[in-house]
Design a protein around this ligand. Structure first.
Ligand SMILES: Cc1cc2nc3c(=O)[nH]c(=O)nc-3n(C[C@H](O)[C@H](O)[C@H](O)COP(=O)(O)O)c2cc1C
Ligand code: SF4
Length: 386
């Protein structure tokens, strides 16, 4: 039997195989951030497709931490019943689901949150002690709601240029108080959030973190040696697993390597800016081609520093053989997939049944463009709607 179909224990929950659906925003919530039937359907389909662990779409812990208008929220108690339905739909198919909790920080707009986006060193709204404490508290409350909804655990979103990543990154964080200026100070926000969420999670609930190994920002941000130091700190604080990723909203093509659908992006760009945008996208093309398991090298650097903490690296897994080899060598414990499971929610079952040995996702990145366009996320490989 393939090692990918051997069980794995995360804290106290047993996963039936090594496949994880990596978090995926879907623009399927109502404008008030509530669960819809489409969200229930999406998660049930993944569970029926035998994905060992589903990580939910990025849930906002605060009204001002929303990324987009149709992002799912976990910032109010009245959201719990809908979230509980999502959990039940997954558990009903013997799946497991963890909620990804995050705050957009600067990676949102005034139009979405009704005020200037906030960040560690934002020009319009540099966060002060009170607003930082409010965010820590919001993560704690959100974790409590995840427990009340019956989720199997939570994942802190500390990647992709959102608020926690911004505090960790010297590129975004220029503070010289206790929240910046040194590795220890930049780590303080996530540390305080971990303390807050640990206090409210049940004993069975899993606590994961998704961390950037490389921000790929124009100036130095999180880079692999710093990420290794952060990974060690997280392991020392007793997290139950780390997912390694990369890229921010400034560098989305590093996060999702593959093709860049230039012409479709240009459709949303105003005429005066079009030539410049086209030129820079064309320059980028070919430099971010898909590589199998493109965050694996960074994860391997972290392995020895993390004791036995489970580790997984997202990005670019397309061939079963490569996935098996990575787990077999002990480089990583689990295989996260995002785009392959957007395209084929039953991919894992098809692999188990021997019907396929590779994902059919062509990494065209049209689904990623759909996120920014505020249209429902699905596979658009034939082209996005006009
Ligand atoms: C449409 C789309 C939505 C995404 N939403 C999230 C998200 O909510 N949270 C997150 O951590 N990553 C998100 N990602 C990034 C993926 O989880 C993953 O890191 C990335 O797609 C690379 O993995 P892949 O090659 O398996 O797609 C998203 C990616 C795509 C394409
Ligand atoms: S649109 Fe479909 S084929 Fe293209 S990257 Fe997304 S899931 Fe893969």
């Amino acid at each position: 039997m393939s090692i990918l179909f051997t069980p794995f224990i995360l804290r106290k929950i047993e996963l039936k195989n090594r496949f994880v659906f990596s978090a995926c925003e879907d623009n399927l919530a109502t404008e008030d951030g509530l669960v819809t039937e489409a969200i229930i359907h999406k998660n049930r389909r993944l569970a029926k497709g035998e994905v060992g662990l589903i990580i939910s779409s990025h849930l906002s812990v605060h009204l001002w931490g929303r990324t987009r208008k149709h992002q799912l929220g976990i910032y109010s108690d009245h959201m719990i019943p809908g979230l509980r339905r999502v959990v039940e739909s997954v558990h009903g198919e013997s799946g497991k689901i963890i909620f990804q909790l995050g705050h957009a920080g600067l990676s949102t707009t005034r139009e979405v949150i009704g005020r200037p986006p906030m960040g560690p060193s934002a020009k319009d709204d540099q966060m002060n002690e009170d607003s930082i404490r409010e965010v820590i508290n919001a993560f704690g409350k959100a974790a409590e709601r995840a427990a009340q909804a019956g989720a199997d655990g939570i994942q802190l979103h500390a990647a992709h240029g959102y608020l926690i990543n911004e505090f960790l990154s010297p590129f975004f964080n220029h503070r010289d108080d206790t929240w910046g200026g040194s590795e220890e100070n930049r780590f303080r926000l996530i540390k305080e959030i971990l303390i807050a969420v640990k206090a409210v999670l049940t004993r069975e609930m899993v606590l994961l973190v998704k961390l950037n190994a490389h921000d790929h920002t124009p100036g130095e941000g999180v880079i692999p040696p710093l990420a290794v130091a952060y990974a060690k700190r997280l392991a020392d604080l007793g997290i139950d697993g780390l997912e390694v990723s990369c890229g921010t909203s400034i560098s989305p093509w590093n996060m999702c390597r593959g093709d860049i659908p230039v012409q479709e992006i240009l459709r949303g760009v105003s005429e005066p800016r079009r030539a410049k945008v086209e030129e820079s996208l064309e320059r980028m093309k070919g430099r971010v081609n898909l590589e199998e398991g493109y965050n694996l090298a960074a994860a391997k650097m972290m392995r020895s520093m993390m004791g036995g903490t489970p580790l997984f690296a997202v990005g670019g897994w397309r061939n079963v053989r490569a996935m098996e080899e990575a787990v077999h060598r002990g480089d990583i414990d689990l295989i996260p997939l995002c785009r392959p499971l957007i395209r084929e929610p039953s991919l894992v079952r098809n692999i188990r049944e021997g019907k396929v040995d590779a994902a059919s996702c062509i990494s065209c990145n049209r689904c990623l463009i759909a996120v920014g366009r505020n249209i429902p996320v699905r596979c658009y490989y034939r082209g996005l709607p006009e």
